[in-house]
Design a binder for this molecule. Structure first.
Ligand code: NI
Ligand code: MN
Length: 226
């Protein structure tokens, strides 16, 4: 599985001949200025919740690629109303099958209003099984005991967790989350984009290393192969 980072919480995962794009927020992100959203591949677009820093470019990429938008019911309906040609509305605890495998919506402790102010339902994370392997993207969330269920139920190849603090858990709680989900390969997201979530990257990486875990912080545009 190949993960490519596009800044903030936007990344794609390529496996089994499919590209899954998560939480596209590129054109409003000055740190991602050299990423052209028209060059981003997507067979599916997954949105964790309705906040603009997770959905801003989703309608444009959905319209260009025709990629179905997979999200909580309210967020999927917002995408459809904004021109996404195909959506798969879901809700927490549900699993849906696609041509690459399955997606299950997990709990996240956060909020979820849409850019137009509409109710976005509850924020979510994703357990994605693709090509027979599973990874977890928590979405924006606090550390929560619900993550222990994931560690008990599935074996993860890697996990994508927010580490920027203030709006989500910080990297210390993300290390505990990695223990709860029983995964020692973590990709950190949701940091550095705005002043309140600026972090010391070297300190975060070292914090994980001390616990014999790996925190991957790929540069924007770079990839990690798992
Ligand atoms: Ni958010
Ligand atoms: Mn966010």
């Amino acid at each position: 599985m190949k993960l490519t980072y596009f800044g903030h919480s936007c990344f794609s995962v390529e496996a089994a001949g499919r590209t899954l794009l998560f939480d596209p927020f590129i054109t409003p992100n000055p740190l991602a200025a050299r990423i052209d959203i028209n060059s981003i591949k997507a067979d599916y677009i997954l949105l964790s919740h309705g906040h603009a820093d997770h959905v801003a470019d989703a309608p444009a990429i959905a319209r260009r690629t025709g990629a179905p938008v997979i999200a909580a019911f309210e967020v999927a309906n917002w995408a459809a109303a904004n021109g996404a040609p195909s959506t798969r509305p879901m809700n927490h605890g549900g699993t849906a099958a696609f041509d690459f495998g399955t997606v299950k919506l997990t709990n996240a402790i956060h909020s979820s209003s849409l850019p137009d102010g509409a109710y976005g339902g509850n924020p979510a994370g994703f357990l994605v099984t693709i090509g027979g392997e599973t990874f977890y993207y928590s979405g924006d969330t606090a550390l929560t005991c619900d993550m222990k269920l994931i560690g008990e139920l599935v074996k993860l190849k890697f996990a994508v967790l927010p580490i920027g603090d203030n709006f989500t858990m910080g990297y210390a709680d993300a290390l505990t989350a990695s223990e709860f989900v029983k995964c020692d390969r973590i990709v950190g997201v949701h940091y550095d984009t705005f002043p309140p979530i600026k972090i010391d990257r070297a300190k975060a990486v070292e914090f994980f290393r001390q616990a014999n875990r790996t925190l991957h912080l790929p540069a924007i545009g770079d990839s990690v192969v798992f």
